[in-house]
Design a binder for this molecule. Structure first.
Ligand code: CU
Length: 282
C-alpha cells in the first residue's frame, strides 16, 4: 500500500496533461477526427449526425443538415433537435456557441411551435447553460409569440477595440439592463493577443491575479488565460492580432457593476472596463 501523499501526488500528475480551457467558459476545440466526421453524410449515419451537432469546427450548413437528419430519425423538428442538443451539452460541447447561432436562425420555425417556446422560456432562466441560446432565439421571435417575462429581450452589440500599444479597451463603461443579451465584439489591431472575461461584481482583481498566475504555468496559454473560477461568468478566448472575437453574454437579473477584463498575464490592471446594470424600469 502506497502512502496517501504519494497517491495524491500520482493523482495530481495523472490529472495534469489536460491543457483544455474550462469547458463552461471556453468551448473545447475541434475533435482530432474532424475531417473524417465532416466527410460523412448525416442523413445516412445517425451517430455522425449527432456528433456533428455537438462538436466544434463543423460548418454551419452541415450542422443544419445534421439537425434535419437527427429530427427525421427521432420524428421531431430540426429546431427541437437543436434545443435537445443544447440541453444535452449542458454548455460543455465544442459546438455550444454555434448551436446558439443555429437555433437563433430557426426563429421562424420556433415561432410556430408553442411547445418549443415553452422549452425556451424555461431554458432562459439564470444558471441554465442554454440561457444565451434561449434568450437570443426569443429575441428573434415576433413579440406577440414571446413568453411574457421575456417580451422585451433584445440582443445588442457592444463593439470594443484593443487600443494598439496601450493595453486598454477603447470603451471602458457600458450601460445595460437586466436580461438583455450583449454581443461583445473585440477587434484587435494590436500586435499582441487579448481576451475578454466578464466577472461578478467586485471580482476584478481576483480574476486578474488568477490570470497572471496562469502565465507562470505551461497550461495557462492553452487555457487562453481563462481562470476556472465561479467569479468568471463569461469569456471570449484569446483574439489574435488582426482578428475580431465575439462573445454573447446574457446580462444577469441582479443590478450591479460587472467588470470586464483582459486576463492575458500583466494586462488586467490596465485593460478593464465595467458594465453597469441598472435596475429594471418600474
Ligand atoms: Cu490584453
Amino acid at each position: 500500500m502506497l502512502p496517501t501523499t504519494i497517491l495524491v501526488a500520482m493523482a495530481a500528475f495523472a490529472a495534469e496533461p489536460t491543457p483544455t480551457p474550462p469547458a463552461r467558459l471556453v468551448p473545447p476545440a475541434a475533435p482530432a477526427d474532424l475531417a473524417a466526421l465532416v466527410a460523412k453524410d448525416p442523413s445516412a449515419d445517425a451517430a455522425a449526425a449527432a456528433r456533428m451537432l455537438s462538436e466544434n469546427g463543423v460548418a454551419p450548413e452541415l450542422r443544419r443538415r445534421a439537425a434535419e437528419a437527427v429530427a427525421k430519425s427521432t420524428g421531431s423538428a430540426p429546431h427541437a433537435a437543436v434545443i435537445d442538443a443544447i440541453a444535452a451539452c449542458g454548455g460543455t460541447c465544442g459546438a455550444t456557441r454555434d448551436l446558439e447561432d443555429l437555433l437563433a436562425g430557426m426563429a421562424d420555425a420556433v415561432a410556430k411551435d408553442p411547445a418549443a417556446i415553452v422549452r425556451l422560456d424555461a431554458m432562459a432562466v439564470e444558471g441554465n447553460p442554454g440561457r444565451v441560446a434561449a434568450l437570443r432565439t426569443i429575441a428573434a421571435l415576433p413579440k406577440e409569440t414571446r413568453p411574457e417575462r421575456w417580451r422585451e429581450v433584445a440582443v445588442r452589440t457592444v463593439a470594443l477595440k484593443a487600443v494598439p500599444g496601450a493595453m486598454k479597451y477603447d470603451v471602458i463603461e457600458v450601460k445595460a439592463v437586466p436580461n438583455e443579451v450583449i454581443r461583445f465584439t473585440l477587434e484587435n489591431p494590436d500586435t499582441m493577443q487579448h481576451n475578454l472575461l466578464v466577472t461578478l461584481p467586485g471580482k476584478l482583481s481576483e480574476v486578474g491575479v488568477a490570470g497572471d498566475k496562469m502565465g507562470e504555468t505551461a497550461v495557462g496559454k492553452a487555457r487562453q488565460f481563462v481562470p476556472d473560477l465561479p467569479s468568471v461568468i463569461a469569456a471570449m478566448g484569446l483574439v489574435d492580432p488582426g482578428a475580431t472575437g465575439t462573445l454573447h453574454w446574457a446580462v444577469p437579473s441582479k443590478p450591479g457593476t460587472y467588470p470586464y477584463v483582459c486576463t492575458y498575464p500583466g494586462h488586467w490592471r490596465m485593460m478593464n472596463g465595467k458594465v453597469k446594470v441598472a435596475a429594471p424600469a418600474k
